[in-house]
Design a protein around this ligand. Structure first.
Ligand code: AHM
Ligand code: MG
Length: 349
């Protein structure tokens, strides 16, 4: 399927493919597909469309600013965080194929099997990543990760979704994000390439703009909150010192919204780093609903993602809100950082 052909003409728009068409076409590749998965994904697209419209109106209605409360991680909750969380919980939880939901904004997993349903999927999300940027009209995003409930016999805590959800990222069956910016962009993978859609506000649908995205192997752009560098590991400091040499020739870009920084890297190449710091000794970003979905996307696009010791996707989480150091992006750029982390120093010119 392609954005410029394949699907024929749709009301005079040649090759227009909506995300629903794309998901259904992808699903047809799996003979065992029941339609449940595409229905689940449509829950995410509906919620994020509503959220995109709310983000666009954030300056017009009284939804700016903090609620005055703190979330489970001690951070101030913005009103839009709450709205985003409620929307996603409602639209995804409504799908009977979903057994449990987990969010950055909820301390524990929301177990939907308690209502008697035997939902197959576990959906995790960061409802509004980068929400500290809301008040200044800087892009934010929603990140999601989809797992399948394991065979109960694998688990001692049979049927306990709080334990079932603690799966390594390699087991994700789907992942993606929505970036709320000048345009609203949705990027997803179900393990068969990375595909990008843009929300066309005139027809209210996410329309395919790019299929099978590949991230350039090299791009001398790094993205990091360098104000923290005083407490980065010495090897990371050495890497950053090297990037500033004339011979290395790097540039730097940092939005401070992970979805926005990641989207730029996916499209143009480069590397995003969030190393351990004195304030966040295990890194700041969350493994299960920030690092894992983006790591699946970047690997599907030909890039890589590590925590400094190994591949992000192979980490077995010990708890839902676990944090991880993260080095993610173009394959060769991640390899250069890995070289520094292993004490090898700068690559040969
Ligand atoms: P959040 O999920 O609470 O919004 O925090 C995650 C955000 C990321 O979007 C971003 O990459 C990072 O925090 C920025 O952190 P810092 O302000 O320390 O640079
Ligand atoms: Mg976040």
């Amino acid at each position: 399927m392609s954005a410029t052909g394949g699907a024929g003409s749709f009301h005079g728009l040649p090759g227009l493919i909506t995300i629903q068409q794309h998901i259904i076409a992808n699903q047809r590749r799996h003979s065992e597909a029941t339609g449940e998965f595409s229905f689940l994904l449509s829950g995410i697209t509906i919620a994020t469309k509503v959220l995109a419209s709310k983000v666009r109106k954030a300056g017009l209605v009284d939804i700016f600013g903090a609620t005055g409360e703190q979330n489970v991680q001690g951070e101030t909750v913005q009103k839009l965080d709450r709205i985003a969380n409620d929307l996603l919980m409602h639209c995804i939880g409504y799908r009977r194929s979903v057994g449990a939901l987990a969010s950055e904004e909820n301390e524990t997993v929301v177990d939907l099997t308690e209502t008697g349903r035997a939902g197959k999927y576990l959906v995790l999300f960061d409802p509004l990543d980068g929400s500290s940027n809301i008040d200044v009209n800087i892009p934010t995003g929603t990140i999601f990760s989809i797992l399948v409930r394991p065979d109960r016999s694998e688990w001692s805590e049979a049927g306990d979704v709080q334990a079932e959800i603690l799966q390594a990222g390699v087991r994700q069956v789907g992942a993606g994000y929505v970036l709320y910016s000048g345009a609203t962009t949705l990027v997803y993978t179900t393990g068969n390439g990375v595909h990008q859609f843009v929300l066309d506000p005139e027809i209210g649908a996410f329309v395919l703009v790019k299929e099978r995205i590949t991230v350039p192997a090299r791009k001398k752009v790094y993205s990091v909150n360098e104000a923290n560098s005083g407490s980065f590991p010495a090897e990371v400091r050495r890497y950053l010192d090297w990037t500033k040499t004339e011979a290395a020739g790097y540039s730097s870009r940092y939005v401070g919204s992970f979805v926005a920084d990641f989207h730029r890297i996916l499209m143009q190449g480069g590397i995003f780093l969030y190393p351990p710091t004195a304030k966040a000794p295990s890194g700041k970003l969350r493994l299960m609903y920030e690092a894992n979905p983006m790591s699946l996307l970047i690997e599907q696009a030909g890039g890589s993602a590590i925590d400094g010791n190994g591949r992000i996707l192979e980490k077995t989480p010990k708890k839902l809100h676990e944090r991880t150091p993260l080095y993610i992006g173009s394959k060769d750029e991640v390899a250069v950082v890995e070289g520094f982390l292993r004490g090898k120093g700068a690559p040969a010119a």
